[in-house]
Write a protein that binds this ligand. Structure first.
Ligand code: GLC
Length: 560
């Protein structure tokens, strides 16, 4: 195996800038707020921070609708603030990672404004334009990812344009080489600024099929999921490899692409030596409750083996090819303590148990802001309190499927992306120390108990445990095993315990996690002669795991 690169030997911390730290009283976080907390991040031991988009944006989808790829939205600060953040980060060995949203722009981007003005302008085919059907209806029956039709009529051009997401997020036409070059130029602009890498948004949608046809109707709205119709269209790899050649090659950066549905067989083309990216985010372990696509009112209870299978498959798929970005939370997911453990489980224990998995699998751990504090879901009392565009779309889908308004509200409360977007909880001061103004999204009501200030004082806090895990993984005798060791699942059929072993040169670690809220016994033989490295209870007992107990053992020599 090749020597590990810097980004394989560190954790990455994801920041949702709008919710991280406000320094101006505007109620929205900003870049100076991030710079202010670099020491906190350095103490956590992270080597990179990934910022969700901070480019100019009308904020229909919280920055994922970009109107200029090479500057900074005034609400977050200036390009000089970015330069300072990058420079201050470097001093602390923290690289800044930017989000590239290249499937679509905002409808307010100058490119789209020009494109929509006529059928003959210089950017006329920079987006996906099609004539109406003879009866005036949209070219196909596709449903956008946020709900509603994926085509919107444009009066000026007398044509429809395609949008995989909201109507304010028109899809770019990657078939046009000028479009691709403009996107590469923007990424190169940030590389020249010294960023440490990129997270690449929604990349599986960039290639569209040659012929557009109706898909199978799968909902009460008479529409068909666009994901099924356009994701991973053959030919997409040609674009991605060109992207790599023209932008990423030759730089000491990493790339992690959001790529739903890439099969293990295709993986070598996507990641690794001959792949387009360093890592891929795939979602089988977070979409467990949605067996047929992400429709929030259609969920089912998943058995633990489904989670274990998803993680094991990803570990195996990346054992030889590429590298795995380990994550349980991000700005699109609910909080993991609210997802993976039964209601009533001790929250501290649950948060530490998830963290134990996050830091002992093979790959690069991605920690989402507040995850290191054990933050949990919230439930706003009314739909109007929700900012997230997909929450509103899913509420409508639930109504279309026959749910009453109160039921539809409960459904979106459980799944809303705003669960992870509430402001970061720094202190016991008003608004959790996030802002002196009125926060753009309400602060979670539990902040006095679950915030950095309180957790710094508590020797048993989730935050302290994260720091211990970071040391274990990156700075201990066991680090070589945890970094590079082979992954093998243990107790694979068990529906209560997730157990796996990491092995390197005759030395191993074993991670055991009880995902239930009761005592569970296992064969003590498994950890015979093993030493405890870390756990979320004092004095782990061989052969028994208490509710949500997690333990990392070390075994060596004969017993390995
Ligand atoms: C990605 C982002 C998500 C955004 C969508 C559209 O899935 O993570 O937040 O809404 O792309 O850009």
């Amino acid at each position: 195996m090749e020597p590990l690169k810097w980004w394989q030997k560190t954790a990455v911390y994801q920041i949702y800038p709008r919710s991280f730290q406000d320094t101006t009283g505007s109620g929205e976080g900003d870049i100076q707020g991030i710079t202010q907390h670099l020491d906190y991040l350095a103490k956590l031991g992270v080597g990179a921070v990934w910022l969700t988009p901070i480019y100019p944006s009308p904020m229909v989808d919280n920055g994922y609708d970009i109107s200029d790829y090479t500057s900074i939205d005034g609400r977050y600060g200036t390009i000089e603030d970015m330069d300072t953040l990058i420079a201050e980060g470097k001093k602390r060995n923290i690289r800044v990672v930017m989000d590239l949203v290249y499937n679509h722009t905002s409808d307010q981007h100058a490119w789209f404004r020009e494109s929509k003005a006529s059928r003959t302008n210089a950017k006329a085919d920079w987006y996906i334009w099609r004539d109406a059907k003879e009866d005036g209806s949209a070219p196909t029956n596709w449903r956008s990812i946020f709900g509603g039709p994926a085509w919107t009529w444009c009066e000026e051009r007398q044509q429809y344009y395609l949008h995989t997401f909201a109507k304010e997020q028109p899809d770019l036409n990657w078939e046009n080489p000028d479009v691709r070059q403009a996107l590469y130029d923007a990424a190169n602009f940030w590389i020249a600024k010294g960023v440490g890498g990129f997270r690449i948004d929604a990349i599986v949608y960039i290639k569209k099929p040659a012929v557009f046809t109706d898909g199978p109707v799968d909902g009460a709205d008479g529409l068909s999921s666009i994901h099924k119709m356009i994701a991973n269209t053959p030919g997409i790899l040609d674009f991605l490899h060109e992207f790599r050649r023209k932008v990423f090659d030759g730089h000491d950066i990493f790339t992690v692409a959001e790529a739903n549905g890439v099969t293990p067989a295709d993986l070598p083309h996507w990641v690794g030596q001959d792949g387009a990216f360093s890592m891929l985010f795939e979602f089988s372990h977070v979409n467990l409750e949605f067996p047929e696509g992400e429709i929030w009112c259609r969920t089912y209870d998943w058995p633990l083996t489904k989670l274990k299978r998803a993680l094991t498959d990803s570990q195996k798929a990346t054992a030889e090819n590429g590298w795995y970005p380990i994550f349980f939370e991000n700005h699109d997911q609910i909080r993991s303590v609210s997802r993976y453990f039964p209601a009533g489980t001790d929250r501290k224990k649950a948060a530490k148990a998830m963290a134990t998995v996050l830091f002992t699998l093979r790959g690069t751990p991605f920690v989402y802001e507040g995850e290191e504090l054990g933050l949990a879901n919230t439930a706003f009392p009314s739909l109007d309190d929700y900012n997230d565009i997909s929450t509103h779309g899913q509420y409508q889908i639930a109504l279309d499927e026959g749910y009453l308004p109160a039921e539809a509200l409960r459904i979106v409360q459980a799944h809303s992306r705003d669960n992870a977007r509430t402001p970061m909880q720094w202190s016991t001061a008003p608004q959790a120390g996030f802002t002196d103004g009125t926060p753009w999204l309400p602060v979670h009501g539990d902040y006095a108990d679950w915030c950095v200030e309180t957790e710094e004082k508590d020797p048993d806090s989730v935050l302290r445990y994260y720091r211990q895990l970071e040391k274990l993984r990156f700075q201990s005798d066991a680090s070589p095993i945890l970094l590079a060791g082979r992954y093998d699942e243990l107790l694979a059929e068990d529906e209560e315990i997730y157990a796996f072993k990491r092995t390197l040169d005759g030395q191993a670690t074993i991670t055991l996690v009880n995902f239930t809220n009761k005592n569970v016994d296992y064969t003590a033989y498994l950890t015979q002669g093993a030493a405890v490295l870390l756990g979320n209870y004092d004095d782990p007992q061989p052969g028994r795991l208490r509710p949500a107990e997690a333990v990392v053992y070390r075994i060596g020599g004969e017993s390995c």
